[in-house]
Design a protein around this ligand. Structure first.
Ligand code: NAD
Length: 292
């Protein structure tokens, strides 16, 4: 350690903050009284975002596709820590599932103010070995799933223009990736889905902003979650990953949770159609830091 410098706060060296620690971050409850749906919220970033939105005062609907027990455990923990949560099953790539999920959430909570379009996966392969099923699965969940969930959210926001729990009539946050701008060999389907999210998010933001619906994106860099465990779970893998991150640490879900709360709150009311990269500088092309 360099003399005079302190170790970074432990919360950024741990995998996750727990719900009672997260609750301390939002004394002013910036999304108080609002209702949020988070897709893919029984794992990783989605779980973290649901926990942060709850801590910030929102009632949260936790979507999952498989493993109801983990979704229920998160909902129970949120409730035990003073929040309100429900779980709702849906495959976001299925139109019928998404419509049913919205009727469950609106049926239980009566309204919706925030959609976090988060569910996503990878099915990696070199192009010559990539099957059409691998391509379609990733595009279907990562991109079409975000379209289906956003469409139902916009319909609901338009029905509740007198709700007045926020300056906007509704907020949508699309979980994209640094790979909406950084090409990624061996991951054609994933990078294409994230590039698609960029222009879907921006086009939707332009379309619905006059109706006071704000649509923005988050572009996470490398965040420690199950989706990329092999890239950070050994010291060798982590140190290789760190070569891509000027700030010198791998992200944790709380980094994204805090960004999602800000994007969902009136503090970001003038932000429309922007992707917030939360990436420790990964999009700064660190390969050029020593003159290329
Ligand atoms: P994760 O695997 O922990 O979580 C993904 C979640 O999506 C899981 O809950 C999974 O069950 C859910 N899901 C998958 N298919 C679904 C479907 N058909 N319907 C509903 N839910 C479905 O991974 P994560 O890292 O938390 O990823 C969350 C989002 O963040 C993804 O969109 C991912 O592309 C994005 N992202 C992650 C990173 C990272 O470094 N972890 C970086 C950039 C972007």
């Amino acid at each position: 350690m360099v003399d005079g410098l302190v170790e970074p706060p432990s919360r950024y060296t741990e995998l996750n903050m727990n719900q009672s620690e997260i609750n301390l971050l939002y004394p002013h409850k910036p999304v108080k009284g609002q209702i949020a749906l988070v897709t893919g919220a029984n794992s990783g970033i989605g779980e973290g975002v649901a926990r942060h939105l709850s801590a910030a005062g929102a009632t949260v609907a936790i979507n999952y596709v498989v493993n109801p027990d983990s979704a229920q455990a998160i909902a129970d923990d949120i409730t035990a820590n003073g929040g309100t949560a429900m779980i709702t099953q849906a495959d976001v790539s299925s139109e019928a599932d998404v419509i049913r999920m919205y009727s469950e959430v609106i049926g239980k909570f009566g309204a919706l103010d925030i959609l976090i379009n988060n569910a996503g996966l990878q099915r990696d392969s070199a192009i010559e070995a990539m099957t059409l099923a691998q391509w379609n699965t990733v595009i279907g969940i990562n991109l079409t799933g975000q379209f289906l969930c956003a469409r139902e959210a916009v319909k609901q926001f338009d029905k509740q223009v007198d709700r007045r729990v926020s300056t906007a009539n509704g907020k949508i946050v699309c979980m994209s990736s640094v790979h909406q701008i950084i090409p990624w060999a061996g991951h054609l389907n994933y990078a294409s889905s994230k590039g698609g999210i960029k222009l879907m998010m921006e086009s939707l933001a332009q379309e619905v902003a006059p109706r006071k619906i704000r649509v923005n994106g988050i572009g996470p860099g490398a965040i420690k979650t199950p989706i990329n465990k092999s890239a950070w779970d050994t010291p060798e893998a982590e140190s290789k990953l760190l070569e891509l991150i000027p700030y010198g640490r791998v992200g944790i879900v709380d980094d994204i949770g805090q960004a999602a709360v800000w994007l969902s709150s009136d503090a970001s009311d003038y932000l429309v159609g922007t992707t917030l990269f939360v990436d420790g500088g990964m999009t700064l092309y660190p390969g050029f830091s020593t003159n290329g």
